[in-house]
Design a protein around this ligand. Structure first.
Ligand SMILES: C[S@@+](CC[C@H](N)C(=O)[O-])C[C@H]1O[C@@H](n2cnc3c(N)ncnc32)[C@H](O)[C@@H]1O
Length: 432
């Protein structure tokens, strides 16, 4: 029989990065999943470490004031959401605090200037894409910290046209000769849907007509592709049927987005992100802006309207091809794009010598060499750092500080409601 851990009463102080709540037992930090600030619980210790413990809820004695009823039937089982039980305004405040604490503790900034917090205009139906898992006939998402697929029939985070696609994907499974590992569904602002059917290992080829898939899925499917996961874990395209791209309309901008390009997931917040980054470009007459990790040109193109010249650097071939097309359809002639890794583009950066830099790296952030090179650019005035990971952002901000580039201000933008994930836009200034 499994031994029970130590039980104790615990008051939850706040929510932390990773989604858990933090309480203290005799001063020692205890992390508990699925709690809300202010909750008084009976906790049972599940992991004991020298500096902290982990615990689970046995009983809620008092409910914190931010507790609300989760909207989704699967909340708690499905690993997709962390905070559906927390009032939305409190989720946003928790994210502001997380960013602030990271900037203080890791970024070594005593009083970080967070001058704006931008909640998502809607905390529901905001996601334009999902990676849906398939296992033993179940279609849904992984349970938290597990590879068990929780079977779901709808997801309230997804755009209305795809929120109930799950039972239809199950119908599709019946027509496929081999069960895939994942379905990647993406619905653009034009309600055009792209589907990737992703296999792991061996599978039987098929070529179902696009019309048949459209009939089964009952969405405006414009194309679907067959993919196999490579050794590095990335899906590689084997075949595509129909159109392999769609368009996104964001305010006055139009972007072509290929099935294999990145596009921001929260359709209500892309415009706000573009607007806040573009505003920095308007503050001064910049001669040359460099946008690293530029994707399909989502930020390069709007910024390009306000600067003399701009260039984007991106490693994904599909995204660069979209970006080149997007600069034309948006009528910008002063932008160049380079298809390469940022690390390999550092020589070009030195030669071009931009006075404004935008970076929007993956979760791992930048490395020391990139930070050093950007900070040492002779004409650099400002760096706009867009980040989806507050701890690597804070680490890089501390590194920039060593080279005379300081954080001036930051904005917290909630790109991922109901989860602990958070986007930050930090504006850095060269001081010496
Ligand atoms: C968070 S997305 C940002 C995209 C874009 N700024 C936007 O707002 O849509 C990060 C992008 O970096 C690209 N990327 C990842 N690693 C890279 C690297 N080492 N060098 C250049 N681009 C990279 C990805 O393909 C992706 O398009």
């Amino acid at each position: 029989m499994k031994q029970r851990g130590k039980q104790f009463k615990l008051r939850i102080e706040k929510l932390v990065y990773g989604g858990k709540g933090l309480g203290r037992l005799n001063g020692k930090a205890v992390f508990v999943p699925q709690v809300a600030p202010g909750d008084l619980i009976v906790a049972e210790e599940t992991v004991q470490k020298s500096g902290y413990s982990e615990a689970k809820v046995v009983k809620i004695l008092e409910r914190g004031r931010s507790r609300v009823k989760p909207r989704c039937l699967y909340f708690g089982k499905c690993g997709g959401c962390d905070w559906q039980h927390v009032r939305y305004s409190d989720q946003v405040e928790a994210k502001r605090l997380i960013v602030e604490e990271n900037l203080q503790k890791i970024g070594k900034i005593k009083k970080p200037n967070i001058d704006e917090v931008i909640p998502s205009p809607s905390p529901w139906n905001y996601r334009n894409r999902a990676q849906i898992k398939v296992k033993a006939g179940r279609v849904g998402f992984f349970a938290k910290n597990s590879h068990f697929v929780v079977d779901v029939d709808r997801c309230p985070l997804l755009k209305e046209d795809i929120e109930d696609i799950f039972p239809k994907l199950k119908e599709l499974l019946k027509e496929l000769p081999t069960q895939p590992a994942e379905f990647h569904v993406y619905s653009s602002s034009k309600d055009e849907v792209l589907l990737k059917i992703v296999y792991q290992g061996r599978f039987k080829r098929f070529d179902l007509p696009l019309e048949r898939l459209r009939e089964i899925l009952k969405v405006n499917l414009v194309g679907y592709g067959i993919y196999r996961t490579n050794r590095e874990g990335y899906p590689e395209r084997l075949d595509f049927f129909g159109r392999d791209f769609t368009y996104e309309i964001v305010d006055k901008f139009k972007f072509r987005v290929s099935a294999d390009s990145f596009f921001q997931v929260n359709r209500f917040q892309v415009g706000n992100l573009i607007d806040r980054v573009a505003r920095v470009a308007m503050e001064h007459q910049y001669m040359l802006a460099g946008d690293f990790y530029c994707g399909v040109g989502t930020l390069t193109i709007p910024v390009g309207r306000y600067v003399h010249r701009a260039f984007g650097v991106e490693s994904n071939f599909w995204a660069v091809s979209d970006a080149l097309y997007n600069k034309d359809i948006n009528g910008l002639r002063n932008i160049q794009f380079f298809c390469r890794e940022t690390e390999e583009a550092l020589k070009i950066v030195k030669d071009y010598s931009p006075d404004l830099v935008i970076v929007d790296p993956p979760r791992s952030g930048l490395n020391e060499r990139i930070v050093r090179t950007l900070a040492a650019l002779p004409r650099i005035k400002k760096i706009v750092y867009v980040s989806c990971n507050p701890s690597t952002l804070a680490r890089d901000i501390a590194a920039f500080h060593q080279f005379g580039v300081n954080m001036e201000r930051a904005k917290v933008l909630d790109m991922f409601p109901q989860t602990y994930h958070v986007e930050t836009i930090a504006v850095l200034r060269k001081v010496r």
